[in-house]
Design a protein around this ligand. Sequence first.
Ligand code: NDP
Length: 473
Amino acid sequence: GTARIAVTGLATMGSNLARNLARHGFRVAVHNRTPTRTKALVEDHGHEGEFVAAETMEELVASLQKPRQIIIMVKAGGPTDAVIDELSGLLEPGDMVIDGGNAHYADTRRREAALKAKGLLFVGAGISGGEEGALNGPSIMPGGPAESYVHVGPVFEEIAAKVDGQPCCVHVGPDGAGHFVKMVHNGIEYADMQLIAEAYDLLSRVGGHTPAQLADVFKQWNEGDLESYLIEITAEVLKHTDSTGGALVDKIEDAAEQKGTGRWTVQEALELGVPVTGIAEAVFARSLSGHIEQRKAVREALGAHEVVAKPDEQLVEDVRQALYASKVVAYAQGFDMIREASKNYDWNIDLGAMATIWRGGCIIRARFLNRIREAYDANPELASLLVDGYFSDAVKAAEAAWRRVAVRAVESGVPTPGFVSALAYYDALRSERLPASLVQGLRDFFGAHTYRRTDKPGSFHTLWSGDRTEIEA
Ligand code: NDP
């Protein structure tokens, strides 16, 4: 065979990725279960580079140089397993199977182990950037055995987004590391969007600003520390008017959907014991918004809360600072989660490198990821992003505004679970004492769960139902 690499699964993501590869000069073999998609791709875009159309999986495999590299871009879950099964019967030891779909990292670990037993190299690659990114340069998070990166790395680095000349692609770590990091990326994306939505809500309802005015505010914010793709497109969505002449955002049903990666992130965080409160609040806020009937029932029973707009000069700047500080907290939590998983699974993930490859191509691309990279480069063992000099200065500087915003939100009845829980997280981590002492006392009372003391080592239990003396447990 003569093709450098193959793509199977030519729906939106797969066909755009194949075109990206071809445009970068790679001879790319293409295949889809239903061959009409393959034909359409070659007919519509064949002039963009060298495509080798394959009708069957056998043809696809035969068209490739060895060791073979095949990227799977089919529906995640069962379909991905079906394609892997079919391929693994046709490939030879040393060949590489790359799953570029949104797989759960536990599936990737399982698949990697199964293919390893057959002498095949399995690469679970997180690919972010949606259809536009797949075509023009995504952020790519490949996991899998290190020797696979020698082959797939140069191809991926070529087609990935570039920031300051550096590709947004790096070998993340063994087996499921790449898909894990992609999952956390999506979780952070949920948190980011929730915080932006809260800022919009407060400034509309308390600040009395119109969507068009807010489009300008977000546009301005995008010139400072908050500069990011999501802030940029917030301005675009807010300023858009539909055929009725009004702001589109006012017409969109307020029920947010989710495809599941945010939920996965929170589930895994619970298992790892990492408090990702920002991501969890975002997932629950979407879930709450979707309960249309329940919302209606409660609204009718209790009456809708009347929010009175009280515009003031300071609100816009205060909200900007609250948004920035809350965002720092959400990222700090997300990076904690990657660090914990990395320890747990021996992935040895370079946190600074993750910030680096998220600077371009992906949905959470943002200026401040440079600061995160600098923080972890300076100290890979950071206890939290919040202790890095730049970020601790930033949150301290924002603290007064952050508290004012939380107070305004609570007083006026605008729900801001993201802002408020981020502030609670910040306050809790800094507290000298937490009321966990009382929780431990209660646990000992009803369940003899024991507690430790601040003044001497050991575990203790109070004989609550006896004479209440303390015994060493
Ligand atoms: P879809 O997830 O809609 O999947 C459609 C593709 O899967 C088609 O090529 C279809 O073939 C194929 N397929 C479905 N079932 C089977 C099967 N049993 N055997 C073989 N092929 C099958 O395509 P997308 O392009 O939207 O996404 C591809 C992957 O990328 C998914 O894992 C998705 O989660 C992920 N994704 C990532 C995004 C990102 O931003 N990174 C955005 C969107 C998706 P056929 O034409 O024959 O039906």
